[in-house]
Write a protein that binds this ligand. Sequence first.
Ligand SMILES: *Cc1c(COP(=O)(O)O)cnc(C)c1O
Length: 396
Amino acid sequence: MTDTPKTLVRRTPWPDSASRPVGTPIQPSVVYASESPDMLDAQYGGQMPGYTYAREGHPNADVLAAKIDGMEGATDGLVTGSGMAAVMAAMLGALKAGDHVLGGDQLYGRSLRLMHEELPRMGIATSLADPTDVGAMAAALRPETRLILIETVSNPTLRVADLAGIAAMVRDRGILLAVDNTFTTPRAIRPFEHGADIVIHSVTKLLAGHSDATLGYVAARDAALRKRILDVAVTMGLTASPFDCWLAERGLYSFELRYDRAEENAAALADALGAHPGVRRVLYPLRPDHPDHNRAVGLLGGRGGNMVSFEIEGGRDAANRLVRAAPDIAFAPTLGDIGTTLSHPATSSHRALTPEARAEKGMSEGFFRVSVGVEPAALLIGELTAAIDAAVSGQG
Ligand SMILES: *Cc1c(COP(=O)(O)O)cnc(C)c1O
């Protein structure tokens, strides 16, 4: 037996090159070797830049964060291991036991669960109110209210929050306004320009755009709060892996093109569905028949986004027929993929609600949400209207 040469386990120096890579390199290293204890001391002390340990920060996270900072008009945002890690880092960075959080009543499912189950367990009181109604939000405030969490456009009924009204309401009360901007993205609205104190993303969705990376992002206006959020994220292990960051940064190069095309398709699909006899109701923020149409136009500056929801007659059986009749449209509980995906809230995101609670929010068994992708609009409209025909006629 020959001994493995000991040089094999030592790291080989990275080759020098006078030219630089055009593609972003991946740096998967968990640890970084410093030259001396003096240097390490200076790095931990903040007098010298550089990385030490990947949970605390790494180049691929910083490259991605800087890009999203630029899109949101933010400073020193943090990339997290998921959208929920971003929500959690914001909550735990801003809140303590005894505080109260007021949430929008149509938050993302796991954010609702955080409000109902996890925060109360930690001594943080929570309640929900309708963010399209600033009077209802004001009535739900308590002396201990420290933070409001809303989404500008809600899932899946695409209601538009009264962001201006809520921002004005909290302005002089010392209440933080956190906005989850996943659905709208900075292409439609930059919440910091509308009075938000914290902006959150599930980067998993439209920003990364290819359903192959799970990531989040959180940025705060106030530097002290940013520091607390960073400390919470690093201590609780909420930060992200280099490879996911690399994928998301790669996805961002085409984000604006993808968003604009998907939005154009969504508007065309909404009009096609609106004219289809098998469709009972279609929801798209820029359609005049949307319940928050005027606010959507004012707040989103003509950006309707890529999400369309609609309802057909016929209950669960018709819903099953519709999905089976559109096999090329992924039936998957996500959004923001480059291709169109279809979701059925009654059996996925909103399955925990009673049928009565769903009905109150306008989600019957015939209710679908479409995350529109970038394929040719005619193809998508053809597939979906044919599937609706099959569903409502009882065939398929
Ligand atoms: C998906 C989503 C989240 C959670 O993000 P993950 O990356 O899945 O953890 C939070 N908020 C909204 C609005 C989302 O759509």
